[in-house]
Design a protein around this ligand. Sequence first.
Ligand code: GAR
Length: 195
Amino acid sequence: MNIVILASGRGSNARALFEWEKNGMFAGAKIVGLICDIEDAPVFDVAKEYGVEALHLPTLRKGARFSEEASINYQNALKNWNADLVVLAGFMKILPPDFVEAYANKMINLHPSLLPDFKGKDAIKQAFDAGVKVCGCSVHFVNNELDGGEVIAQKKVEISPEDTLESLEEKVHKAEYQLLPQIVADIVSGKIAIG
Ligand code: GAR
């Protein structure tokens, strides 16, 4: 199974995936590449550190959407890598319908909330500002509704009265570093069916 990661920023979740692979947790699969839409994103250094080929592919449109050309570029890159599974690990753009359909049930996204709560941007801050007592993270299949595809699994994080936004972000990220690689391992082993 060939895995490709899509990311936009810091790459701490990509790092967690590379670490799990390095520790033999994805036996029978390989992370063959990473695509990032932001030219100077730190995730490029992370990919380099783990010897994973990384491509910069801009989305060629202002805002969160792709141009038609960009969608083709992304799909061509995935075809060249023979991607069986696409993992959105901190990818901050909205995929166009033709792209979503091409990878239906083969593309998963990590989102830092207990979906369907707090969709969209700044989900951890949304939860913090709302004053909820429990938040967390979700991994779901990607469909054409923003953060709306079928949820595969979630991990809860308790918010204590002492938490600041920063301490809460740290807790949610820690949960993400366990949840996302575990789901990928379960897909690789066949425990979770894709495709
Ligand atoms: C993660 O918290 C991820 O859940 C979030 O971006 C962060 C990326 O961090 N994704 C979304 O908000 C998607 N809607 P990273 O670049 O350090 O992995």
